[in-house]
Design a protein around this ligand. Structure first.
Ligand SMILES: *Cc1c(COP(=O)(O)O)cnc(C)c1O
Length: 379
């Protein structure tokens, strides 16, 4: 089946009890058994809940994977993946990871004996050099937030596998509509469903998709044992959001490109980071690896003062963290999402004080451009 058909139907049979076309919210903690050992496949809702199972099947199909597991947040999903490993194991990760992931690694998981190091994963030779004998996992994000660096998933996957290292891709920025890492050789795909998958800025969640049976069984065991599951109502919200993923992503692509072009041509804008622009240093790789360039971009205003002015002047774009929703959000990475990154490291990864990030929504693009136009006019 095609992607849109799967998005609407995969994992979702009409409800066996009533014929309801929409998977019901099974708001229950337990399931009555007919006799000892005889039940309908559900016993206790931490282990399995029909609404969550429908979502897990749906997301697995969209990522073209065999197994899916839904968690209480993107961070809970990443934490569950990390507990596949043990003290002494080394994890190699991108040098510009989502801040919450970096915080989990450095301030929580280090205490349990996992070791971490960070590398620019867009540079294959650097990745090669950074792999250690104890390395078990390579975790990447592509594109990165907010400077939109691209990593060649197939190439780093080949490198990882040559050293018996698993490749995990946090695919939150792209969604499976625009990029499917498992098809490119990744072993594990992670999402914050909070972003594009749910898409409506009204829920927090996460998921993990994989193909290997042994790894999947271990992760399912961890999901039940540690218990950071996605609840039935939140699972239902993501199921509902995903039905329109394809049409939303098409509009995010169109609006993202239109705004990138507008900003690139604006005299007050010094530079624009968007993989869809031919000026992006990895534009060719982006074209090969991604089915569209998405709705995330960042642009340089030149100074903290200028960034402040723009963020104060916008009216339609909302000043907020997060991304991937239908509404356009604008933010200042240096003081918001990346505030915990030391200034020196921020400079190294290109997050200047004048950088402004936009999660381009699906409003009428003329209205968004008019808003940015009047905000830039204050400079
Ligand atoms: C938001 C985000 C996360 C964390 O997800 P939560 O749902 O907020 O816990 C992880 N990775 C990326 C790339 C994100 O954007």
């Amino acid at each position: 089946m095609g992607f849109s058909t799967d998005a609407i139907h995969a994992g979702q049979e009409p409800d066996p009890a009533t014929g309801a076309i929409t998977v019901p919210i099974y708001q229950t903690s337990t399931f009555v058994q007919e006799e000892l050992g005889k039940h309908k496949g559900y016993e206790y809702a931490r282990t399995a809940n029909p609404t969550r199972v429908a979502l897990e099947r749906n997301l697995a199909v969209l990522e073209r994977g065999k197994f899916g597991y839904a968690f209480a947040s993107g961070m809970a999903a990443i934490n569950a993946v990390m507990t596949l490993f043990k003290a002494g194991d080394h994890v190699l990760a991108g040098h510009n990871l989502y801040g919450g992931t970096f915080r989990l690694f450095e301030r929580v998981l280090r205490n349990f004996g996992l070791t971490f190091s960070y590398v620019d994963t867009s540079r294959l030779e650097d990745v090669q050099k950074a792999i250690q004998p104890s390395t078990r996992l390579l975790l990447i994000e592509t594109p990165t937030n907010p400077v939109m660096e691209i990593t060649d998933i197939a190439a780093v996957g080949g490198l990882a596998h040559a050293h018996n290292v698993l490749l995990a891709v946090d695919n939150t920025f792209m969604s499976p509509y625009l990029q499917r890492p498992l098809e490119l050789g990744a072993d594990i795909v992670i999402h914050s469903t909070t972003k594009y998958l749910n898409g409506h800025s009204d829920g927090v969640g996460g998921c993990v998709i994989l193909n290997d049976l042994a790894l999947a069984e271990r992760l399912k065991f961890i999901q039940n044992a540690a218990g950071a599951i996605l609840g039935p109502f939140d699972s239902w919200l993501v199921l509902r959001g995903v039905k329109t993923l394809a049409v939303r992503m098409e509009r995010h692509n169109q609006n993202g490109m239109a705004i990138a072009l507008f900003l690139a041509a604006h005299p007050k804008v010094k530079s624009v980071h968007y993989p869809g622009l031919p000026s992006h240093p990895q534009h060719e790789l982006a074209r090969q690896q991604m089915a569209g360039f998405g709705g995330m971009l960042a642009f340089e205003t030149g100074s903290l003062e200028n960034a402040k002015k723009v963020l104060k002047a916008v009216r339609l774009c909302s000043l907020a963290e997060s991304l991937g929703g239908v509404e356009t959000l604008i933010s200042h990475p240096a003081t918001m999402t990346h505030a915990s990154v030391p200034a020196e490291d921020r400079r190294r990864i290109g997050i200047t004080d004048g950088l402004v990030r936009i999660s381009v929504g699906i409003e009428d693009v003329e209205d968004l451009i008019a808003d940015l136009e009047q905000a830039l006019a204050t400079l």
